[in-house]
Design a protein around this ligand. Structure first.
Ligand SMILES: [Zn+2]
Length: 237
């Protein structure tokens, strides 16, 4: 198996407060941030892999509080690469918050990979974490539950990066000479990585900082999940 192409896709924007992105950085409180939603497409000579699936229409109770804006959809983005949702063989979810698994149901043929801890936690989140999970986005999905670091395909691995959620994982892709580190919400912004500042939505700040340090120790091109400074990445081998 060989990786042929890697592309950062765009599934619109999620309206956030900057205070949700960097913990206790009071200067950021109250500043609106239209965070980018950017699934990663990895095309190999045998399989098409998607990391995270963006967001979909929310249940009524939530849609009053959570706003997003779609200038592009994941379907349109896939079509740009000559693909339909049925061409996706594997979906890797970094975690199961609504803005990372919202379109899972689009991918009817795919195998789904998430951490065992995350799947379990999404069924019974603590009170302060409940707002992040939307049941209808994941119920019925037959996840292949990964327990810790795991190779999904040659050159495509998940690594445990808990803290933002209990079962958060990041994805490391080795393609030719390049290594891409898709950090998910372990680092929603590059500054989380660069300054070792934990994100503002937290299950456990201590393990989140360990995860940031782990990501810092891996050399490669790091992709932060919601950072607007980093909207494009295309690699064709
Ligand atoms: Zn997110």
């Amino acid at each position: 198996m060989a990786i042929k192409e890697i592309h950062l896709l765009h599934d619109g924007y999620l309206e956030l407060d900057m205070g949700m992105l960097v913990y206790m950085k009071t200067a950021y409180y109250g500043i609106k941030y239209m965070g980018a939603l950017k699934p990663l497409l990895i095309v190999t000579d045998s399989e098409n892999v998607l990391v995270d699936t963006g967001i979909a229409p929310l249940p009524e109770g939530l849609s009053r509080f959570v706003r997003y804006h779609k200038d592009r959809s994941i379907k349109e983005e896939l079509a740009d690469h000559g693909l339909t949702p049925d061409d996706i063989d594997i979906v890797i979810n970094t975690h199961l918050h609504m803005d990372h698994c919202g379109n899972n149901r689009l991918f009817r043929r795919a195998r789904f990979f998430a951490q065992k801890k995350e799947v379990e936690y999404s069924n019974r989140p603590d009170r302060w974490m409940r707002g992040g999970y939307v049941n209808s986005f994941i119920e019925g999905t037959d996840f292949e539950e990964v327990d810790g670091d795991h190779t999904i395909l040659p050159g495509i691995s998940v690594i445990e990066t808990p803290g933002h959620t209990p079962g958060h994982q990041s994805v490391v892709v080795d393609a030719g000479e390049r290594r891409i580190v898709y950090m998910g919400d372990a680092c929603p912004l590059m500054e989380n990585l660069e300054k070792r500042d934990v994100t503002g939505i937290l299950y456990d700040p201590k393990s989140e900082l360990n995860s940031i340090d782990r990501l810092r120790s891996i050399e490669g091109f790091h992709i932060a999940s919601h950072d607007l400074q980093q909207m494009k990445f295309d690699l064709v081998l």
